[in-house]
Design a protein around this ligand. Sequence first.
Ligand SMILES: [Zn+2]
Length: 133
Amino acid sequence: MQVDTANSEFHQLKRCPTCGSVSLNNEVECGVCGGSLAEASYESMGQIERDQAAEMAEEERKERRVVRRTESLGIVATIALVILGIGSLVGGILVLGQFNNLGSLLLVLLGMILLLEVLGVGIARPMFRKYLS
Ligand SMILES: [Zn+2]
């Protein structure tokens, strides 16, 4: 690849000492904060690209952390629902054995529906994620 002098001159950039934003080397004032670029350090395009790549990697790490937090919240909610489901199921069966009434039958049904729902979502979620991402 051939690089002529004018082109590499153009790619020489200044970094604002006040706000850290990047300006072209022929600018005397920062376009972002208006500060003087007299003491700004010159940076090559490669250096700035590396900085931007590092920033993007950091953003990505942050996003992944948020996803992980959401996932662990989902696990906690799932466990809570499973316990609730088993609780109403077992409780309903116990009450049903003693009193044989409609309310306890509904409690058993509620527990079964809750458990099926939780298990169903738990199985379906990885499939949904495949379409979402
Ligand atoms: Zn600035």
